[in-house]
Design a protein around this ligand. Structure first.
Ligand SMILES: *[C@@H]1O[C@H](CO)[C@@H](O)[C@H](O)[C@H]1NC(C)=O
Ligand SMILES: *[C@@H]1O[C@H](CO)[C@@H](O)[C@H](O)[C@H]1NC(C)=O
Ligand SMILES: *[C@@H]1O[C@H](CO)[C@@H](O)[C@H](O)[C@H]1NC(C)=O
Length: 655
């Protein structure tokens, strides 16, 4: 049976021992050792293991907060990593129930160029009887600080590699993992980029022939609440629990890293993963900003020696995650920058969609993603990171309620599975402590000019419903062989396009083709030589019975774009310029990161009757750039609308 050692030993007071070089927090269940005044985690002692953390790696060791940043004005380049070491140690709370300690790094002009211009206060909390510890960080950019870009920030844990060999991300996504040395040559062979490695001669032969890539274990923010590793001897689970998304960038659908080979467990707060350059947080000179990341919980659990029980430590960790979510916002963090429940507010309302080509009455926004994010433009939450975001899903009837919102000014953003486009309520919603705002009924009017003549895919911001090929047998991750929902996480699927379409690009015939089989999940480039690629042109063939008056409307929703140019031509394959060009868009890198969505784009194109012919017509979709094998776009959904129908025009209905 799983045992909750935490509860059994609840009577031991939390102790703090401060020494010159280190600080130790101990509640009888675990002992947490941090450097003084750096606040780097160098020891976690639990269940007979003197340290769960690896300290003998060639590069990254123990547990630490870090960030990746760059000077203002630099773009696209790799930023500088900065392990955040405090210079001032302070005890914030010390009693038998709770210890909270702070490790602060203040910025000084002499640090320019070496450290990111931020003041950072890292906090660690241990509670009596709690089998783990909490950490949060308070980041501040102040009036006297130069401009800079913040690309990434996180907490990273490097676990003992000989101990933690079993990783769990979800109920399905669990596996034994290879060793870090298996990734190094000659045991490992780098594939198209350094993150992806073919394990050619791993220490443990069971991993031979598999691809290892940390991005195969990514997860959407909304589902990224608990993940970690299990050690079998002694039985110990190490879990990173994130009970709220309020401090993460990019909203609920953004994806990020979880745990991966090394063994490494991450708590990601800010990153450009699956979003790209647009997600880099840019700060102007003297821009005042403050944000609290976390708290997150590091949970440790244990059980008897039975191997089956040990694997089920995952389920215990999930239960603990539910508990932490239930306790959010925590009552114990001492910083006044972390508002407790009574200092927050809530909103409720109902979202409907109005689309007279589907229904005369308004349609309940069933399952809509509804959120508060800082005031911005339609869809700007996707790239927002400076403020906080609060999201929920509407119920069957479109009703929603968002609680525990920090005081501040927000817009309401939403998108509804099944409908294209972004909803945003222009009015600022101002939340104060104790606010209970009923926003009433909100009506989203998605883009629509005429009746649907045909459509390809489902408007859900993802390419998952399209054809995802089998992986090349040379490049498999065994975990995903029997997980149909996750098959897109295999390495190298972009190369399968040319295997399926060796001579001619994809042609989709409306009424005959089936998008689940005949629409490749990504419009990728085609390899034409060593490091040489060319763009591809896909065709959609469709019939028009009668070309009358009025424009048709082509709507193209993209689920992802990476250094791509989408050109659309109607019936004239050689038209120059094309009828539509997106210009250079996207850097979400979703193809190489084994995803099915990055940032969402929607393009609308009016087609005049002169551009169409009676009978067969062809739309040419060209991805014109050809720099790399992993550049390209993913479609979410394509729709052709006929000319407006009089009976569906707004004046007609209202009259
Ligand atoms: C952001 O940092 C990551 C490393 O964490 C790096 O791979 C990426 O290129 C950086 N992106 C930008 C836009 O600087
Ligand atoms: C462990 O689980 C496996 C598969 O569920 C089962 O076949 C086996 O009997 C279990 N072993 C024990 C000791 O419970
Ligand atoms: C039809 O589309 C063209 C652009 O292709 C636009 O200039 C024109 O105003 C549209 N006509 C109507 C009636 O909407």
């Amino acid at each position: 049976m799983r045992s909750s050692k935490g509860i059994m030993a609840a009577s031991v007071a939390v102790k703090l021992v401060v020494e010159d070089e280190q600080v130790v927090l101990d509640n009888g269940l675990l002992q947490l050792t941090l450097t003084n005044p750096g606040g780097l985690i160098v020891g976690i002692c639990y269940n007979g293991l003197d340290n769960l953390l690896e300290l003998n790696n060639p590069e990254l060791n123990g547990g630490f907060w870090d960030l990746n940043w760059s000077e203002a004005g630099s773009t696209g380049t790799r930023g500088k990593f900065d392990t955040i070491e405090g210079s001032e140690f302070q005890v914030i709370v010390e009693n038998e129930e709770q210890i909270e300690v702070s490790f602060k790094r203040r910025w000084e002009p002499s640090m320019q160029g070496q450290h990111s211009p931020l003041s950072i206060d890292k906090r660690f909390i241990m509670l009596r009887g709690s089998s783990g510890f909490y950490s949060y960080g308070i980041y501040q950019h102040e009036e006297d600080m130069p401009a800079f870009n913040l690309n990434e920030t996180r907490i990273a844990f490097m676990l003992r590699k000989q101990k933690f060999k079993y990783m769990a991300i979800t109920n399905d996504r669990q596996r034994r993992v290879a060793l870090p040395e298996d990734r190094e040559p000659p045991r490992g062979k780098e594939l198209a980029y350094p993150e992806a490695v073919l394990l050619v001669d791993p220490v443990e032969p069971e991993f031979k022939g598999e691809v290892d890539d940390k991005y195969q274990y990514s997860c959407e923010n909304k589902d990224n609440k608990v993940h970690g590793f299990i050690c079998f001897e002694p039985p110990v689970g190490f879990w990173q629990i994130t009970p709220s998304n309020e401090f993460r960038t990019g909203g609920p659908f953004k994806q990020d890293l979880t745990s991966h080979v090394n063994p490494t467990t991450l708590a990601m707060f800010v990153s450009t993963h699956y979003g790209g350059e647009d997600l880099v947080m840019k700060f102007g000179e003297g821009e005042k900003w403050k944000k609290v990341f976390g708290p997150v919980f590091i949970y440790l659990n244990s059980c008897t020696e039975d191997k089956n029980d040990t694997v089920s430590l995952w389920y215990d960790a999930k239960e603990q995650m539910e508990k932490e979510v239930g306790e959010w916002p925590y009552s114990f963090p001492a910083s006044e920058d972390f508002p407790h429940a009574d200092e927050r507010g809530s909103i409720n309302g109902r979202l409907l969609a109005q689309d007279w080509y589907i229904s005369e009455g308004n349609i309940a926004a069933k399952g809509a993603y509804v959120g508060l994010a800082p005031p911005g433009k339609d869809g700007s939450f996707q790239v927002e990171g400076k403020g906080y975001q609060f999201w929920t899903n509407a119920d069957e009837e479109g009703f929603f309620c968002i609680t525990n919102i920090r005081p501040g000014a927000y817009n309401i953003y939403a998108w509804i599975p099944g409908f294209i486009g972004d909803f945003r309520c222009d009015k600022d919603i101002v939340i104060a402590a104790g606010s209970k705002i009923d926003v009433g009924v909100l009506v989203y009017v998605p883009p629509r000019n005429g009746p649907t003549l045909w459509e390809i895919g489902i408007p859900d911001r993802s390419a998952a419903e399209f054809f995802v090929p089998d992986p090349n047998p040379m490049y498999i991750n065994k975990l995903y062989i029997n997980l149909p929902k996750d098959r897109f996480r295999q390495y190298g699927l972009w190369e399968r396009y040319a295997d399926l379409y060796p001579d001619e690009d994809l042609v989709y015939t409306v009424g005959i083709s089936d998008y689940q089989k005949d629409w490749f999940y990504a419009q990728v480039t085609r390899k034409i030589g060593e490091n040489a690629y060319k763009g591809t042109t896909w065709q959609i063939k469709f019939n028009v019975d009668r070309v009358g008056e009025g424009n048709h409307t082509l709507r193209i929703a993209l689920a992802s774009a990476t250094f791509s140019i989408l050109e659309v031509r109607i019936n004239r394959e050689e038209a120059n310029p094309p009828e539509f060009s997106s210009g250079l868009i996207g850097s979400d890198n979703t193809i190489a990161r084994h995803g099915v969505h990055g940032l969402y784009w929607l393009f609308n194109l009016e087609i005049s009757s002169a551009q169409l012919v009676q009978g067969e017509n062809t739309i040419y979709l060209t991805q014109a750039r050809s720099a790399s094998a992993v550049h390209g776009i993913m479609y979410d959904y394509i729709r052709l609308e006929g000319p407006p129908l009089d009976e569906c025009s707004p004046s007609q209905i209202k009259g």
